[in-house]
Write a protein that binds this ligand. Structure first.
Ligand SMILES: NC(=O)c1ccc[n+]([C@@H]2O[C@H](COP(=O)([O-])OP(=O)(O)OC[C@H]3O[C@@H](n4cnc5c(N)ncnc54)[C@H](O)[C@@H]3O)[C@@H](O)[C@H]2O)c1
Length: 347
């Protein structure tokens, strides 16, 4: 009989522990996310389509399962299970809540369950900050935009700002637009406390904000396009289209389009999916972030650049495994004793 291997202990990692590992470490997290994109680009991941659980009695809510496996130096499998209940916000709690399960690469045993709304926000912001830096560098002229504008200002917008600021971005001005005046005022108040943000303006329309910004962030919860005019982008801004469904196909087709993963991004009624349905092909997708990282895509100066990240489960795994390793090395893993109980084949 081959030698018996121990069953790994099962740990629970709280949001407070996740926060203490990630807080103030924006550059490190961007590095982890870049490494995950490189592993993905090299074909050493498995990242099947996300599964959307929807409810006939609660049509604006959903829970998404993102199973994934990442190789390279990370070597972990697992799944993010993330809920979006938009009505939570009016009730005073965040829209999204999530857990991440990490599975041991050798045995398949679940190693840990991590609070994952922070991991999800951090990896999303890190991916957008990475894309912004590399796309700005790759554009002819190579200068960084200095006028930022945020459309839709919840948790993701705040994380995105903190990841840009934490990786060296400074702005002359920051625009804010949200359907809710209360949210716009709250976010403007947050920006006022942040150094390097410049003059802050709350705009009355998306058009006004887009026309006065060179870096436009979409982080709304729009389910269908609400920005239809390509002319609003005639100054060729860099657009971080994190919420994926804001832009009409006409805007997408007038831009250089960079995605994190082509198959994922052209699904589930995203703006790019609608554009594909309109023209019947995917020729308007110019490349992936991996292509940008490896210098395989040229960005023309005379078109807006739109980055649309579907959000890959492998990013959550990479950030989650890093947190697991840090907490474990610090001797602070909270293990659930005897979690796996039936371990002898015949009792
Ligand atoms: N691509 C990814 O990897 C990824 C990852 C995480 C979250 N997201 C997306 O980011 C988005 C924002 O998430 P959040 O947690 O910050 O949400 P949130 O609910 O906290 O905030 C969203 C904000 O958008 C505003 N809004 C809604 N529709 C708008 C519109 N048409 N114009 C202007 N403002 C509008 C709302 O009033 C709200 O303030 C969500 O769509 C979420 O699915 C994407």
């Amino acid at each position: 009989m081959s030698q018996k291997i121990p069953v790994p202990p099962f740990a629970v990692i709280s949001g407070a522990q996740v926060h203490s590992v990630l807080d103030g470490r924006q550059k490190e997290v961007v590095g982890i996310v870049e490494q995950a994109y490189r592993i993905h680009g090299a074909g050493e991941t498995v990242n099947p389509p996300s599964y959307f659980l929807r409810f006939p009695d609660r049509p604006n809510s959903r829970i998404i399962a993102l199973p994934a496996s990442i190789g390279g130096e990370v070597r972990v499998d697992g799944m993010k299970w993330i809920s979006s209940f938009p009505d939570n916000v009016a009730a005073g709690i965040p829209r999204a809540s999530a857990v991440l399960i990490l599975n041991d690469h050798e045995t398949g045993y679940p190693l840990a369950c991590l609070e994952s709304s922070i991991i999800s926000a951090a990896r999303t912001a890190a991916s957008a900050a990475l894309a912004a830096a590399r796309l700005a560098d790759a554009r002819p002229g190579g200068g960084r935009p200095r006028r930022i504008g945020f459309i839709g200002v919840g948790l993701i917008a705040r994380y995105l700002h903190s990841y840009l600021a934490g990786t060296g971005w400074e702005f002359d001005s920051a625009g804010v637009y949200d359907l809710s005046a209360e949210h716009a005022a709250g976010f403007a108040g947050y920006l006022e406390q942040a150094p390097g943000t410049g003059k802050i303006t709350v705009h009355d329309s998306a058009e006004e904000l887009i026309r006065s910004s060179d870096l436009v962030v979409f982080a709304t919860i729009a389910g269908a396009p609400h920005v239809h005019e390509p002319a609003w982008f005639s100054h060729n801004p860099l657009v971080l289209h994190v919420s994926l469904r804001d832009l009409a196909p006409e805007v997408v087709l007038g831009a250089t389009n960079i995605v994190d993963d082509v198959e994922h991004c052209l699904k589930a009624d995203t703006s790019l999916h609608l554009a594909e349905q309109l023209v019947g092909n995917r020729d308007f997708v110019d490349g992936t972030l991996y292509d940008v990282l490896t210098g395989q895509v040229e960005l023309p100066a005379d078109r807006p650049v739109v980055f649309s990240p579907f959000g890959l489960g492998v990013l959550d795994l990479a950030v989650g495994k890093h947190i697991y390793d840090v907490v474990s090395e610090a001797g602070e893993l909270v293990v659930v004793e005897d979690f796996f109980h039936e371990l002898r084949r015949y009792g």
